[in-house]
Design a protein around this ligand. Structure first.
Ligand code: SF4
Length: 200
């Protein structure tokens, strides 16, 4: 998690998602929207741990699968607590862990498991479907030359992952209404709803 849901999760979870996504016309909190919309940090200000995460994408992928399964098993607990009430503490933990490992920007729709553990929201152009045409010959960013291109690293990370071909899937445009939300809970709610539908 941190990371996408198992298989990316399909469909919308009617009840929990409805409670979590702001109503049409309603804005995400100013802080959340600003955090997700902010251009990526200057390279000097970026942590270097994300490069370690890309190098260890295979191990992190395994860890993610385990955590995703655990979160799904805990679905009855999230439901009993209320997804909305669980949001705050889970989001706090998610933010700490993912900020440290991935320079996460809490976009609320994590795609790390499809991008080699390289967060695309750190691309200064925030491209979600591959690099722009400006990648330098040394694999660095045209906007921030000191920074390796997030998408070059995404490809390297994806080649290390068991399900690295997920990088070939076309990602939807970023939904700014989800900025600042917990992807972990969102993915869990969607996956639980999909399983309910499949079982019906
Ligand atoms: S900003 Fe989005 S894609 Fe990047 S690590 Fe955070 S939740 Fe995942």
């Amino acid at each position: 998690m941190g990371i996408n849901g198992p298989g990316g999760g399909t469909g919308m979870a009617a009840t929990p998602d409805a409670a979590r996504i702001p109503a049409p016309g309603q804005r995400p909190s100013a802080a959340a929207a600003a955090a997700a919309a902010a251009p990526a940090s200057a390279p000097a200000a970026r942590g270097r741990l994300w490069l370690w995460s890309v190098r260890h994408a295979r191990g992190l992928e395994r860890l993610y699968r385990i955590l995703a399964a655990l979160f799904l098993r805990l679905h009855p607990l999230w439901q009993a607590l209320g997804y909305a009430r669980a949001e705050r503490p889970v989001r706090f933990v998610e933010r700490q862990v993912k900020s440290l490992l991935f320079d996460c920007r809490m976009c609320g729709q994590c795609v790390l498991s499809a991008t080699g553990m390289s967060c695309p929201m750190n691309c200064p152009k925030q491209l979600r479907n591959g690099p722009c045409g400006g990648v330098r010959a040394d694999g660095h960013c045209e906007v921030a030359p000191e920074m390796p291109c997030a998408w070059v690293k995404a490809w390297e990370g994806a080649r290390r992952m068991a399900q690295g071909d997920a990088i070939l899937a076309v990602q939807k445009p970023v939904d700014r209404r989800l900025a600042g939300r917990s992807s972990w809970l969102d993915v869990t709610a969607r996956e639980a709803a999909a399983r309910r539908r499949d079982a019906a």
